[in-house]
Design a binder for this molecule. Structure first.
Ligand SMILES: [Zn+2]
Ligand SMILES: [Zn+2]
Length: 401
């Protein structure tokens, strides 16, 4: 374990991505370059100030006010970031901000990009509820959220780096020590299972809470703007909503001992799952749909708003009365395929890709425009969904579909 002593930078083992490795690989070299930009300027300024003073005496100019001079001197004397030792809380915070921000961006564009190009069914973009310029707006929304979300998340990582979390770096530091044998491995498996069980339950309640009218409008509605989401919507949250829904993952590291590598792997898996359930894929009829909350379930959540709040399992939705099993008639792609099939029947053959797009423009375009005109009022109905007005929401959604 990391030990109970706070403010310990040099933990007994590798920090694994969260500081010493970073410092050795990049941090030290980076901070060495971050000297006080005013220091050099100030010495140059002091040289030039002699000339300014000389010129001023000859030309009867007034010297710069003393307050300005003392301010520049003050700036010049400030230490640069290169002065920060590795265990400085400022340096650790800055490093963690950088590591977190870059990692989330890489993960977001890498995984969501892969899912969008290789898994997401692009015919879904012909659906009337798919908005104009949606992918660009999903990405923009995510980018707007990732910065503030990083700032809110860093204190959790900082707490770990400074020895407050219950994560351990090696088996020897785990609850069963170096000689724990199979028990140490069994505990590791248990701690991972606990992580998924705990986060599944708590995120269910948090997700339901942000559907309460008082929170929905400001916090969660931005994510429900995407009725037919693409994987790029996976991080398109209001930053506070995204943060609320991530608290259980971070809290887990402070509640029971968990091996750091397994925590990081689980956290990455959670992020992958979040992207995966936004690919709008509606496979139905598989027995696992009774137990696993997959893309079909989350697509239904985006379509109907009051069902399938869950994360990985369907257990909580079943217990909370919000479970909706994906069925054949639920697939939003049906509408698109029916329109294409109708046109192919008229033509007496298959449509080319270009013709499909023309069908989309001719048939979906006006419908899409009409629906986007209606969307604000229907979203208002959806906003009040969590008070049990499921029927009203379903009616609103049916009208739109
Ligand atoms: Zn929701
Ligand atoms: Zn979603």
């Amino acid at each position: 374990m990391s030990g109970d002593t706070p403010c310990v930078y040099t933990r007994t083992n590798s920090q694994f991505l969260l500081n010493s490795d970073f410092d050795e690989l990049i941090g030290d070299a980076l901070y060495d370059k971050l000297q006080n930009p005013f220091a050099e300027g100030a010495s140059a300024a002091s040289t030039s100030s002699k000339w300014v003073a000389l010129a001023a005496s000859n030309l009867s100019y007034s010297p710069p006010p003393a307050s300005l001079k003392s301010f520049t001197t003050y700036l010049a004397e400030l230490p640069g970031l290169d002065h920060l030792p590795r265990d400085s809380i400022v340096r650790q915070s800055l490093s963690l901000c950088l590591i977190t921000y870059v990692s989330v961006l890489l993960m977001y564009f890498g995984v969501a990009g892969f899912s969008y190009y290789f898994i997401f069914d692009h015919r879904m973009k012909l659906h009337p509820r798919f908005q104009k310029d949606q992918v660009r707006r999903e990405i923009q929304h995510s980018l707007d959220a990732i910065g503030p979300l990083t700032l809110m998340t860093v204190p959790w990582f900082l707490g770990d780096v400074r020895g407050y979390s219950k994560m351990y770096d090696t088996m020897a530091e785990g609850p069963f020590g170096a000689e724990g044998g199979w028990k140490a491995w069994a505990y590791m498996a248990f701690s991972i299972a606990l992580f998924f069980w705990f986060t599944d339950i708590t995120i269910y309640y948090i997700h339901r809470a942000v559907h309460l009218p008082i929170l929905y409008k400001k916090l969660h509605k931005p994510h429900h703007r995407w009725v037919i989401p693409t994987p790029f919507a996976s991080h398109a949250f209001h930053p506070v909503d995204g943060y609320f829904q991530s608290i259980p993952y971070h809290a887990a590291a402070y509640l029971w001992p968990i091996h750091k590598t397994t925590w990081i792997a689980s956290f990455i898996a959670v992020n992958l799952w979040t992207v995966f359930i936004h690919d709008s894929d509606m496979i139905s009829g598989h027995f696992l749909e009774h137990y696993i909350n997959g893309p079909a379930h989350h697509t239904l959540h985006h379509l109907y708003f009051t069902c399938n709040y869950g994360q990985y399992f369907t257990l909580m939705d079943k217990a909370g009365g919000s479970f909706r099993i994906p069925s054949k008639g639920d697939d939003p792609l049906d509408l698109v395929l029916a329109t294409i099939a109708e046109k192919e029947k008229e033509k007496g053959g298959k449509l080319s890709k270009v013709e499909v797009m023309e069908v989309a423009e001719a048939h979906m375009g006006p419908l899409r425009r009409r629906l986007s005109g209606e969307s604000s009022s229907s979203t208002e109905i959806m906003a009040s969904d969590s008070s049990g007005e499921e029927e009203e929401v379903s009616l609103a959604t049916k009208k739109l579909l």
